[in-house]
Design a protein around this ligand. Structure first.
Ligand code: GCU
Ligand code: CA
Length: 426
Protein backbone atom coordinates (compact mmCIF):
# COMPACT_ATOMS: atom_id res chain seq x y z
CA UNK A 1 0.00 0.00 0.00
CA UNK A 2 1.37 3.37 -0.99
CA UNK A 3 0.85 6.67 0.70
CA UNK A 4 -1.87 7.93 -1.62
CA UNK A 5 -4.69 7.23 0.80
CA UNK A 6 -3.21 9.54 3.37
CA UNK A 7 -2.90 12.33 0.89
CA UNK A 8 -6.69 12.54 0.71
CA UNK A 9 -6.91 14.25 4.04
CA UNK A 10 -3.92 16.45 3.42
CA UNK A 11 -5.03 17.68 0.03
CA UNK A 12 -8.63 18.09 1.13
CA UNK A 13 -7.43 20.29 3.92
CA UNK A 14 -5.38 22.36 1.55
CA UNK A 15 -7.97 22.65 -1.18
CA UNK A 16 -11.23 22.92 0.70
CA UNK A 17 -10.92 23.68 4.34
CA UNK A 18 -8.42 26.43 3.84
CA UNK A 19 -10.98 28.39 1.82
CA UNK A 20 -14.03 27.84 4.01
CA UNK A 21 -14.93 25.78 7.04
CA UNK A 22 -16.62 22.57 5.99
CA UNK A 23 -19.37 21.18 8.13
CA UNK A 24 -21.26 17.97 7.54
CA UNK A 25 -24.22 18.71 5.33
CA UNK A 26 -22.73 21.91 4.00
CA UNK A 27 -22.14 22.25 0.30
CA UNK A 28 -18.47 22.21 -0.46
CA UNK A 29 -17.18 24.95 -2.72
CA UNK A 30 -17.51 23.18 -6.05
CA UNK A 31 -18.08 19.49 -6.41
CA UNK A 32 -14.87 18.36 -7.99
CA UNK A 33 -12.51 17.61 -5.19
CA UNK A 34 -9.38 16.22 -6.22
CA UNK A 35 -7.05 14.25 -4.78
CA UNK A 36 -6.24 10.85 -4.00
CA UNK A 37 -2.89 10.41 -5.46
CA UNK A 38 0.10 12.28 -4.07
CA UNK A 39 1.42 12.20 -7.63
CA UNK A 40 -1.37 14.05 -9.32
CA UNK A 41 -0.26 17.34 -10.84
CA UNK A 42 -2.24 20.30 -12.17
CA UNK A 43 -5.83 21.44 -11.66
CA UNK A 44 -8.98 19.35 -12.02
CA UNK A 45 -9.26 18.56 -15.73
CA UNK A 46 -12.24 19.21 -18.00
CA UNK A 47 -13.10 18.02 -21.50
CA UNK A 48 -11.82 21.40 -22.71
CA UNK A 49 -8.57 21.44 -20.72
CA UNK A 50 -7.59 17.94 -21.78
CA UNK A 51 -8.08 18.86 -25.44
CA UNK A 52 -5.98 22.03 -25.24
CA UNK A 53 -2.55 22.17 -26.82
CA UNK A 54 -1.04 23.39 -23.55
CA UNK A 55 -1.53 22.38 -19.96
CA UNK A 56 -0.92 24.70 -17.05
CA UNK A 57 2.80 24.17 -16.47
CA UNK A 58 5.44 26.46 -17.94
CA UNK A 59 8.09 24.33 -19.62
CA UNK A 60 11.72 24.48 -20.69
CA UNK A 61 13.84 22.33 -22.94
CA UNK A 62 17.41 21.08 -22.91
CA UNK A 63 19.13 19.08 -25.61
CA UNK A 64 20.99 15.87 -24.98
CA UNK A 65 24.00 14.83 -27.06
CA UNK A 66 24.39 11.34 -28.48
CA UNK A 67 26.48 8.92 -26.49
CA UNK A 68 24.45 7.67 -23.54
CA UNK A 69 23.21 4.54 -25.22
CA UNK A 70 20.89 6.39 -27.57
CA UNK A 71 21.27 8.94 -30.31
CA UNK A 72 20.65 12.06 -28.22
CA UNK A 73 17.48 14.09 -28.13
CA UNK A 74 15.62 16.75 -26.22
CA UNK A 75 14.29 16.87 -22.67
CA UNK A 76 11.18 18.94 -22.00
CA UNK A 77 10.24 19.61 -18.39
CA UNK A 78 7.92 21.67 -16.21
CA UNK A 79 9.92 24.45 -14.58
CA UNK A 80 7.82 24.28 -11.38
CA UNK A 81 9.75 22.79 -8.47
CA UNK A 82 7.10 23.49 -5.83
CA UNK A 83 5.03 20.33 -6.32
CA UNK A 84 7.64 17.62 -5.99
CA UNK A 85 8.89 15.47 -8.78
CA UNK A 86 7.19 14.52 -12.05
CA UNK A 87 6.72 11.23 -13.81
CA UNK A 88 8.66 10.86 -17.07
CA UNK A 89 8.06 9.50 -20.55
CA UNK A 90 10.67 8.49 -23.12
CA UNK A 91 9.49 8.75 -26.72
CA UNK A 92 11.08 7.45 -29.91
CA UNK A 93 10.06 8.10 -33.54
CA UNK A 94 9.66 5.59 -36.34
CA UNK A 95 12.02 3.89 -38.79
CA UNK A 96 14.52 6.37 -40.34
CA UNK A 97 12.74 9.32 -38.69
CA UNK A 98 14.23 11.97 -36.42
CA UNK A 99 12.77 13.35 -33.23
CA UNK A 100 13.12 16.90 -34.56
CA UNK A 101 11.15 16.16 -37.72
CA UNK A 102 8.42 13.92 -36.35
CA UNK A 103 8.18 14.01 -32.56
CA UNK A 104 9.22 17.44 -31.40
CA UNK A 105 5.74 18.93 -31.77
CA UNK A 106 4.55 17.00 -28.72
CA UNK A 107 7.43 17.71 -26.32
CA UNK A 108 6.31 20.93 -24.65
CA UNK A 109 2.66 19.92 -25.11
CA UNK A 110 3.03 16.83 -22.92
CA UNK A 111 5.43 18.50 -20.48
CA UNK A 112 2.97 21.34 -19.89
CA UNK A 113 0.53 18.79 -18.44
CA UNK A 114 3.09 17.86 -15.78
CA UNK A 115 5.50 15.27 -17.17
CA UNK A 116 9.21 15.24 -17.93
CA UNK A 117 9.63 14.14 -21.54
CA UNK A 118 12.71 12.82 -23.28
CA UNK A 119 12.31 12.60 -27.04
CA UNK A 120 15.15 10.65 -28.58
CA UNK A 121 16.93 9.89 -31.80
CA UNK A 122 18.28 6.42 -32.36
CA UNK A 123 21.92 5.38 -32.71
CA UNK A 124 21.11 4.29 -36.23
CA UNK A 125 18.09 5.53 -38.10
CA UNK A 126 17.53 1.98 -39.37
CA UNK A 127 17.33 0.45 -35.90
CA UNK A 128 14.50 -2.04 -35.52
CA UNK A 129 11.91 -2.30 -32.76
CA UNK A 130 13.90 -4.10 -30.07
CA UNK A 131 16.92 -1.80 -30.59
CA UNK A 132 14.58 1.16 -30.21
CA UNK A 133 13.27 -0.39 -26.98
CA UNK A 134 16.80 -0.76 -25.65
CA UNK A 135 17.42 2.91 -26.41
CA UNK A 136 14.18 4.02 -24.72
CA UNK A 137 15.33 2.25 -21.56
CA UNK A 138 18.80 3.82 -21.86
CA UNK A 139 17.15 7.22 -22.24
CA UNK A 140 15.09 6.69 -19.07
CA UNK A 141 18.20 5.63 -17.17
CA UNK A 142 20.07 8.67 -18.42
CA UNK A 143 17.16 10.94 -17.57
CA UNK A 144 16.80 9.70 -13.99
CA UNK A 145 20.48 9.13 -13.19
CA UNK A 146 22.66 11.54 -15.11
CA UNK A 147 20.66 14.27 -16.81
CA UNK A 148 20.58 17.89 -15.65
CA UNK A 149 16.90 17.47 -14.69
CA UNK A 150 17.29 14.21 -12.77
CA UNK A 151 16.18 15.76 -9.46
CA UNK A 152 12.90 16.79 -11.09
CA UNK A 153 12.02 13.23 -12.08
CA UNK A 154 10.37 10.49 -10.03
CA UNK A 155 12.37 7.45 -11.11
CA UNK A 156 9.61 5.13 -9.95
CA UNK A 157 7.03 6.57 -12.37
CA UNK A 158 8.23 6.10 -15.92
CA UNK A 159 6.57 5.36 -19.24
CA UNK A 160 7.46 4.78 -22.88
CA UNK A 161 5.86 5.76 -26.16
CA UNK A 162 6.78 5.48 -29.79
CA UNK A 163 5.56 5.61 -33.35
CA UNK A 164 5.66 2.74 -35.83
CA UNK A 165 9.03 0.97 -35.40
CA UNK A 166 9.35 3.16 -32.31
CA UNK A 167 5.95 1.93 -31.13
CA UNK A 168 7.33 -1.58 -31.41
CA UNK A 169 10.27 -0.23 -29.41
CA UNK A 170 7.96 0.97 -26.67
CA UNK A 171 6.33 -2.47 -26.54
CA UNK A 172 9.75 -4.10 -26.37
CA UNK A 173 10.84 -1.80 -23.54
CA UNK A 174 7.64 -2.57 -21.61
CA UNK A 175 8.12 -6.34 -22.04
CA UNK A 176 11.62 -6.06 -20.62
CA UNK A 177 10.89 -3.58 -17.82
CA UNK A 178 7.56 -4.48 -16.21
CA UNK A 179 8.01 -1.77 -13.57
CA UNK A 180 7.12 0.82 -16.20
CA UNK A 181 3.81 2.47 -15.39
CA UNK A 182 2.50 2.88 -18.92
CA UNK A 183 3.26 2.22 -22.57
CA UNK A 184 1.74 3.87 -25.63
CA UNK A 185 2.09 2.44 -29.14
CA UNK A 186 1.25 4.81 -31.99
CA UNK A 187 0.64 2.59 -35.01
CA UNK A 188 3.18 0.26 -33.38
CA UNK A 189 5.15 -1.98 -35.71
CA UNK A 190 6.06 -5.03 -33.75
CA UNK A 191 6.90 -7.88 -36.06
CA UNK A 192 9.19 -9.66 -33.64
CA UNK A 193 7.00 -9.72 -30.57
CA UNK A 194 3.55 -10.09 -29.09
CA UNK A 195 2.21 -8.67 -25.85
CA UNK A 196 1.00 -11.83 -24.18
CA UNK A 197 3.50 -11.46 -21.34
CA UNK A 198 3.37 -7.70 -20.86
CA UNK A 199 2.53 -6.37 -17.42
CA UNK A 200 2.48 -2.69 -18.33
CA UNK A 201 -0.80 -0.79 -18.91
CA UNK A 202 -0.79 -0.27 -22.66
CA UNK A 203 -2.68 2.06 -24.97
CA UNK A 204 -2.52 1.30 -28.69
CA UNK A 205 -3.59 3.71 -31.43
CA UNK A 206 -4.27 2.80 -35.05
CA UNK A 207 -5.14 4.87 -38.11
CA UNK A 208 -8.21 3.89 -40.12
CA UNK A 209 -6.39 4.29 -43.45
CA UNK A 210 -2.96 3.09 -42.33
CA UNK A 211 -1.78 0.41 -44.78
CA UNK A 212 1.69 0.07 -43.19
CA UNK A 213 0.51 -0.94 -39.73
CA UNK A 214 -3.15 -1.69 -40.24
CA UNK A 215 -5.90 -1.50 -37.62
CA UNK A 216 -6.01 -5.31 -37.88
CA UNK A 217 -2.31 -5.53 -37.00
CA UNK A 218 -2.78 -3.29 -33.97
CA UNK A 219 -5.91 -5.18 -32.94
CA UNK A 220 -3.93 -8.41 -32.93
CA UNK A 221 -1.38 -6.85 -30.59
CA UNK A 222 -4.19 -5.50 -28.40
CA UNK A 223 -5.93 -8.86 -28.21
CA UNK A 224 -2.71 -10.45 -27.02
CA UNK A 225 -2.48 -8.26 -23.92
CA UNK A 226 -3.56 -10.42 -20.97
CA UNK A 227 -6.88 -9.68 -19.30
CA UNK A 228 -5.04 -8.89 -16.08
CA UNK A 229 -3.37 -5.85 -17.68
CA UNK A 230 -5.14 -2.55 -18.33
CA UNK A 231 -5.37 -1.74 -22.01
CA UNK A 232 -7.04 0.49 -24.56
CA UNK A 233 -7.34 0.45 -28.34
CA UNK A 234 -8.34 3.43 -30.44
CA UNK A 235 -8.79 3.71 -34.18
CA UNK A 236 -8.51 7.26 -35.47
CA UNK A 237 -11.00 8.20 -38.17
CA UNK A 238 -9.40 8.87 -41.56
CA UNK A 239 -5.86 8.70 -40.17
CA UNK A 240 -2.91 7.32 -42.13
CA UNK A 241 0.36 5.90 -40.85
CA UNK A 242 1.86 9.34 -40.22
CA UNK A 243 -0.83 10.50 -37.79
CA UNK A 244 1.59 10.99 -34.87
CA UNK A 245 4.21 12.92 -36.89
CA UNK A 246 2.54 16.35 -36.74
CA UNK A 247 0.28 18.15 -34.31
CA UNK A 248 -2.59 15.79 -33.47
CA UNK A 249 -5.06 16.81 -30.77
CA UNK A 250 -7.29 13.74 -31.20
CA UNK A 251 -4.36 11.56 -30.21
CA UNK A 252 -3.19 13.83 -27.40
CA UNK A 253 -6.52 14.07 -25.63
CA UNK A 254 -6.54 10.29 -25.26
CA UNK A 255 -2.83 9.76 -24.57
CA UNK A 256 -2.67 12.42 -21.84
CA UNK A 257 -5.42 10.80 -19.71
CA UNK A 258 -3.74 7.40 -20.16
CA UNK A 259 -0.43 8.78 -18.89
CA UNK A 260 -2.13 10.71 -16.09
CA UNK A 261 -4.02 7.66 -14.85
CA UNK A 262 -1.08 5.28 -14.89
CA UNK A 263 2.00 7.48 -14.35
CA UNK A 264 0.37 9.80 -11.79
CA UNK A 265 -2.35 7.45 -10.47
CA UNK A 266 -4.62 10.39 -11.20
CA UNK A 267 -8.16 9.04 -11.36
CA UNK A 268 -9.49 12.52 -12.12
CA UNK A 269 -8.63 11.58 -15.70
CA UNK A 270 -10.60 8.35 -15.87
CA UNK A 271 -13.71 10.35 -16.78
CA UNK A 272 -12.22 10.89 -20.26
CA UNK A 273 -11.69 7.22 -21.03
CA UNK A 274 -14.27 5.29 -18.96
CA UNK A 275 -16.43 5.71 -20.87
CA UNK A 276 -14.88 7.88 -23.54
CA UNK A 277 -15.92 11.47 -22.90
CA UNK A 278 -15.30 12.82 -26.40
CA UNK A 279 -15.24 10.49 -29.38
CA UNK A 280 -14.42 13.16 -31.96
CA UNK A 281 -12.07 11.59 -34.48
CA UNK A 282 -12.29 8.11 -32.92
CA UNK A 283 -14.17 5.44 -34.84
CA UNK A 284 -13.40 2.45 -32.64
CA UNK A 285 -12.62 2.30 -28.95
CA UNK A 286 -12.01 -0.70 -26.76
CA UNK A 287 -10.66 -0.73 -23.24
CA UNK A 288 -10.48 -2.57 -19.97
CA UNK A 289 -12.52 0.09 -18.12
CA UNK A 290 -12.68 0.89 -15.30
CA UNK A 291 -8.95 1.56 -15.35
CA UNK A 292 -7.23 0.76 -12.08
CA UNK A 293 -4.38 3.20 -11.53
CA UNK A 294 -2.40 0.72 -9.46
CA UNK A 295 -0.23 1.82 -6.59
CA UNK A 296 -2.25 -0.33 -4.26
CA UNK A 297 -5.39 1.64 -4.93
CA UNK A 298 -8.46 0.20 -6.53
CA UNK A 299 -11.41 1.67 -8.34
CA UNK A 300 -14.73 -0.14 -8.32
CA UNK A 301 -17.69 0.94 -10.38
CA UNK A 302 -21.27 0.36 -9.27
CA UNK A 303 -23.81 0.79 -12.04
CA UNK A 304 -27.16 2.31 -11.10
CA UNK A 305 -28.97 -0.43 -13.04
CA UNK A 306 -27.30 -3.32 -11.20
CA UNK A 307 -28.73 -4.84 -8.05
CA UNK A 308 -28.40 -4.21 -5.14
CA UNK A 309 -28.53 -0.60 -6.32
CA UNK A 310 -31.95 1.00 -5.87
CA UNK A 311 -33.48 3.52 -8.27
CA UNK A 312 -36.61 5.32 -7.13
CA UNK A 313 -37.80 5.76 -10.68
CA UNK A 314 -36.90 3.91 -13.87
CA UNK A 315 -33.78 2.47 -15.41
CA UNK A 316 -33.64 4.19 -18.79
CA UNK A 317 -31.26 4.04 -21.74
CA UNK A 318 -32.56 6.81 -23.99
CA UNK A 319 -29.75 9.34 -23.44
CA UNK A 320 -26.45 8.22 -24.96
CA UNK A 321 -23.13 8.25 -23.22
CA UNK A 322 -24.01 6.18 -20.17
CA UNK A 323 -21.88 3.29 -19.04
CA UNK A 324 -23.24 -0.24 -18.73
CA UNK A 325 -26.86 -0.94 -19.67
CA UNK A 326 -28.55 2.27 -18.57
CA UNK A 327 -28.96 4.89 -15.90
CA UNK A 328 -31.33 5.78 -13.07
CA UNK A 329 -33.98 8.28 -14.09
CA UNK A 330 -35.30 9.13 -10.66
CA UNK A 331 -38.85 10.30 -10.21
CA UNK A 332 -39.15 14.06 -10.24
CA UNK A 333 -39.84 14.41 -6.55
CA UNK A 334 -37.99 15.22 -3.35
CA UNK A 335 -36.90 12.02 -1.67
CA UNK A 336 -36.76 9.96 -4.91
CA UNK A 337 -33.34 8.58 -4.15
CA UNK A 338 -30.77 6.43 -5.90
CA UNK A 339 -28.88 4.11 -3.61
CA UNK A 340 -25.73 2.06 -3.94
CA UNK A 341 -24.10 -0.56 -1.79
CA UNK A 342 -20.34 -0.23 -2.02
CA UNK A 343 -17.55 -2.20 -0.51
CA UNK A 344 -14.38 -0.98 1.16
CA UNK A 345 -11.50 -3.23 2.14
CA UNK A 346 -10.44 -0.88 4.92
CA UNK A 347 -12.16 1.81 6.94
CA UNK A 348 -11.22 5.40 6.12
CA UNK A 349 -11.65 8.17 3.64
CA UNK A 350 -12.38 7.04 0.11
CA UNK A 351 -12.99 8.93 -3.08
CA UNK A 352 -16.53 8.67 -4.40
CA UNK A 353 -17.19 9.65 -7.99
CA UNK A 354 -20.76 10.16 -9.15
CA UNK A 355 -21.52 10.29 -12.89
CA UNK A 356 -24.67 12.19 -13.71
CA UNK A 357 -26.45 14.30 -16.30
CA UNK A 358 -28.85 17.13 -15.58
CA UNK A 359 -30.19 18.19 -18.97
CA UNK A 360 -31.82 21.29 -17.55
CA UNK A 361 -30.28 24.61 -16.63
CA UNK A 362 -31.42 24.40 -13.01
CA UNK A 363 -29.38 22.72 -10.29
CA UNK A 364 -30.86 19.60 -8.68
CA UNK A 365 -29.51 19.59 -5.13
CA UNK A 366 -29.35 16.39 -3.16
CA UNK A 367 -28.08 15.01 0.09
CA UNK A 368 -25.16 12.62 -0.16
CA UNK A 369 -25.93 10.19 2.64
CA UNK A 370 -23.32 7.63 3.69
CA UNK A 371 -24.51 4.91 6.04
CA UNK A 372 -27.43 7.09 7.12
CA UNK A 373 -25.45 10.28 7.70
CA UNK A 374 -25.58 13.25 5.34
CA UNK A 375 -21.96 14.03 4.58
CA UNK A 376 -22.35 16.56 1.81
CA UNK A 377 -25.01 18.44 -0.15
CA UNK A 378 -23.95 18.55 -3.78
CA UNK A 379 -25.78 20.90 -6.14
CA UNK A 380 -25.70 18.84 -9.38
CA UNK A 381 -25.73 21.88 -11.63
CA UNK A 382 -27.44 21.78 -15.01
CA UNK A 383 -25.33 20.24 -17.76
CA UNK A 384 -27.62 21.55 -20.54
CA UNK A 385 -28.17 18.21 -22.28
CA UNK A 386 -29.23 14.83 -20.96
CA UNK A 387 -26.38 13.38 -23.01
CA UNK A 388 -23.80 15.58 -21.27
CA UNK A 389 -22.55 13.41 -18.44
CA UNK A 390 -20.24 14.81 -15.80
CA UNK A 391 -18.35 13.33 -12.90
CA UNK A 392 -18.45 14.82 -9.41
CA UNK A 393 -15.89 13.74 -6.85
CA UNK A 394 -16.35 13.59 -3.09
CA UNK A 395 -14.26 12.40 -0.21
CA UNK A 396 -16.43 10.16 1.97
CA UNK A 397 -15.88 8.14 5.17
CA UNK A 398 -16.42 4.42 4.62
CA UNK A 399 -16.56 1.51 7.00
CA UNK A 400 -14.74 -1.69 6.26
CA UNK A 401 -17.11 -3.95 4.34
CA UNK A 402 -20.46 -2.86 2.95
CA UNK A 403 -21.61 0.76 2.94
CA UNK A 404 -24.84 2.37 1.81
CA UNK A 405 -24.53 5.47 -0.31
CA UNK A 406 -27.69 7.35 -1.07
CA UNK A 407 -28.24 10.36 -3.27
CA UNK A 408 -31.47 11.87 -2.03
CA UNK A 409 -32.89 14.88 -3.89
CA UNK A 410 -34.10 17.78 -1.78
CA UNK A 411 -36.31 19.54 -4.34
CA UNK A 412 -39.37 18.57 -6.39
CA UNK A 413 -37.23 18.27 -9.55
CA UNK A 414 -35.64 15.12 -8.16
CA UNK A 415 -32.17 13.89 -9.03
CA UNK A 416 -30.20 14.34 -12.19
CA UNK A 417 -29.99 11.09 -14.17
CA UNK A 418 -27.44 8.92 -12.36
CA UNK A 419 -25.15 6.64 -14.38
CA UNK A 420 -22.95 5.09 -11.72
CA UNK A 421 -20.79 5.68 -8.69
CA UNK A 422 -17.17 4.66 -8.37
CA UNK A 423 -15.26 4.15 -5.19
CA UNK A 424 -11.50 4.53 -5.12
CA UNK A 425 -9.74 3.20 -2.06
CA UNK A 426 -6.20 2.39 -1.20
C1 GCU B 1 -36.59 14.06 -19.32
C2 GCU B 1 -35.46 13.12 -19.58
C3 GCU B 1 -35.23 12.19 -18.41
C4 GCU B 1 -35.04 12.99 -17.15
C5 GCU B 1 -36.24 13.87 -16.96
C6 GCU B 1 -36.12 14.76 -15.72
O1 GCU B 1 -37.82 13.33 -19.26
O2 GCU B 1 -35.72 12.38 -20.76
O3 GCU B 1 -34.10 11.35 -18.67
O4 GCU B 1 -34.85 12.15 -16.06
O5 GCU B 1 -36.40 14.72 -18.07
O6 GCU B 1 -36.39 15.95 -15.82
O7 GCU B 1 -35.77 14.28 -14.65
CA1 CA C 1 -35.88 12.11 -13.76
Amino acid sequence: MRAWKWAVAVVTAAVCIASAPVLPGTALPGTAHAADSPYQRGPDPTVTSVAASRGTFATAGVSVPAGNGFGGGVIYYPTDTSQGTFGAIAIVPGYTATWAAEGAWMGHWLASFGFVIIGIDTNNRNDFDTARGTQLLAALDFLTQSSSVRTRVDASRLAVMGHSMGGGGAMSAALRRPSLKAAVGLAPYSPSQNLTTTKVPTMLLAGQNDTTVTPANVTTLYNGIPASVEKAYLELTGAGHAFPTSSNSVMMRKVIPWLKIFVDQDIRYSQFLCPMADSTGIRTYRSSCPLDPGGGGSVTRYEAENSPAVCTGAIDSDHAGYSGAGFCNGDNAAGAYAQFTVNASTAGTATLRVRSANGTTTARPASLIVNGTTVQSPAFEGTGLWTTWVTSTFNVPLNMGGNTIQLNPTTADGLPNIDYVEVATS
